[in-house]
Each structure stands twice: as structure tokens, then as C-alpha cells.
Design a protein. Structure first.
Length: 132
């Protein structure tokens, strides 16, 4: 919600178009990162609790919450993102227009297949531990 608030605030201020595009791209990137990393961590912590508790009802409740987290992660990983474009600004090329999942060396910094594999593995772990 804070990331969304930052994007909304950005729309209220007056910036030159290139500055606006660059900042919006960076904020969008942070927003997407939070949208999948936060539920990943929550699922991991809940799974750790499943391994420690003997309470069957707690395990069931945690499994339901983990599956919701996993669905959030998958929703972000399966989302279609707009194409990037490059702009020249202040002597540098900038990638703008969508969350930029490219590192500073121009290499992919995000592989959604890895994220999807993580989600599959989390569900597999639940099944291996007999949590339905």
C-alpha cells in the first residue's frame, strides 16, 4: 500500500516528463518486488511454524494462509507487463515504461520462471508434510 501511495503522490507533483517516467519506473519496480516478495516471506515463515507445531488445526489454518500467499506470488509472476522503452536523458540511456527487471549491467534481474518454481515447491512441501 505504501508503494501504491508513492505512485499516487508522484502523479500529484509536477516533474519534467523524463524525470517522471524514470521515477515512476523505479517506484513501479519496487511495488512489484514487494507484491511478490512479501507473500513469499510470509509463506516461508508460516511453513516454518507448520514444522514446529503439533496442533492439527493450526497446521490446517497455516496451510490455507500459505496457499493464499502462493496464489498472490503466482498472480504477480503471471501478470503481463508492458514493454520497456529506452529514453536518452542527461547523457544516459534509461529504460522506462514498466517495472524494470534488468540489473545495472543490462542483464535480466528477474526470472518469473524461478518465482513460479518456488510457488510449486512450496505447495509440494505442504503436500509432503501431509497438510491439506
Amino acid at each position: 500500500k505504501t508503494a501504491q501511495g508513492c505512485l499516487a503522490e508522484l502523479d500529484r507533483v509536477q516533474l519534467d516528463p523524463p524525470d517522471y517516467e524514470i521515477l515512476k519506473t523505479r517506484l513501479s519496480n519496487h511495488k512489484v518486488q514487494l507484491e511478490y516478495r512479501a507473500p513469499m516471506m510470509l509463506a516461508y515463515l508460516r511453513y516454518r511454524r507448520i514444522l514446529k507445531t503439533q496442533d492439527v488445526e493450526e497446521k490446517k489454518r497455516l496451510a490455507i494462509e500459505i496457499r493464499k500467499d502462493v496464489e498472490q506470488v503466482r498472480a504477480v509472476a503471471n501478470r503481463k507487463y508492458p514493454l520497456m522503452k529506452e529514453i536518452d536523458y542527461r547523457g544516459r540511456k534509461w529504460r522506462v515504461g514498466a517495472p524494470d527487471f534488468v540489473n545495472s549491467k543490462g542483464k535480466p534481474a528477474m526470472d518469473w520462471n524461478v518465482v513460479r518454481t518456488w510457488a510449486d515447491k512450496m505447495e509440494s512441501l505442504l503436500a509432503q508434510n501431509g497438510v491439506r
